[in-house]
Design a protein around this ligand. Structure first.
Ligand code: UP6
Length: 259
């Protein structure tokens, strides 16, 4: 997986959104995902406009927005289409299947209607994936399963990580990739490794987040797509920061291909 180009991997992806994402990454020459962890709707829209040219994925926590109204979603989708990036709701679904089915498609956020990608925990087993799979057609949606975390003191162990990968194998058409911190699933190039905990300025925050540099997540930790939140959103000029992370991440990926 690590030395195959994103373009080559487009044809190896079994999930259609993963294929679309590989295509976007190759076309825009970016493997940067921004974590848009802002709490005001207009700030989210402004950020999407500013960083749009430099990202492949715009990752949200839609439930942290204080003035959320469904009217936010149309302009957000319009910006995503115009700048050619994918909307990804980092919901980390983790309940019984029936509840996840409701959380995925009901309530005020109606996640399934606009987020092409979502995250899920594997802790409750296959019910979560069955719920998402049966909610909508497979053509347009994908799931990233969380197999490892960037949080200090996490209870996830090797067995859990291994069992998560086994679960992912059972849903090849639904699973777009894995959220993790090390080069797992090396023999499955159709899956995408998404790795959060990336920042240049800091090594950690005061709540257990642990950061690595853009170079090390791509070259050592096996990330295909790197997630940068505060490294960009807290910057005085998010578009400049996004361009910088984009260039560093793409250079590291290009170097990886030569190995
Ligand atoms: N995230 C992690 N670590 C994980 C999984 N997800 O940090 O293991 C998510 C967080 C946040 C983003 O929910 O949205 O990635 C990281 O943001 P930051 O760069 O500002 O720390």
């Amino acid at each position: 997986r690590l030395t195959l180009s994103f373009l080559t991997r487009t044809n190896l992806a079994k999930n259609p959104v993963a294929a679309e994402l590989f295509q976007i990454m190759a076309t825009k020459q970016t493997n940067l995902c921004v974590a848009a962890d802002l709490t005001i709707s207009t700030d989210i829209l402004n950020l999407a406009e500013q960083v749009g040219p430099y990202i492949c994925v715009f990752k949200t926590h839609i439930d942290i927005i204080e003035d959320f109204h469904p009217n936010l979603l149309k302009p957000l989708q319009e910006i995503a289409e115009r700048h050619n990036f994918i909307l990804f709701e980092d919901r980390k679904f983790a309940d019984i299947g029936k509840t996840v089915e409701l959380q995925y498609s009901k309530g005020i956020y109606q996640v399934s209607s606009w987020a092409k990608l979502v995250t899920a925990h594997s802790i409750t087993g296959k019910g979560v994936l069955d719920a998402i799979k049966e909610s909508v057609g497979l053509e347009k949606r994908g799931v990233f399963l969380l197999a490892e975390t960037s949080a200090a003191g996490s209870l996830i162990n090797e067995n859990y990580t291994e069992a998560t990968l086994t679960l992912a194998e059972q849903y090849p058409e639904l699973i777009a990739g894995i959220v993790c911190q090390s080069p797992l699933f090396l023999q499955t190039p159709g899956l995408i490794q998404l790795t959060p905990g990336v920042q240049l300025e800091a090594k950690s925050d005061n709540l257990g987040q642990q950061y690595n540099s853009p170079e090390s997540v791509i070259l050592e930790k096996g990330a295909d797509v790197a997630v940068v939140g505060r490294g960009i959103t807290k910057s005085a000029k998010p578009e400049i920061a996004a361009e910088k992370y984009k260039n560093l991440l793409w250079a590291a990926y290009s170097k990886r291909l030569q190995k």
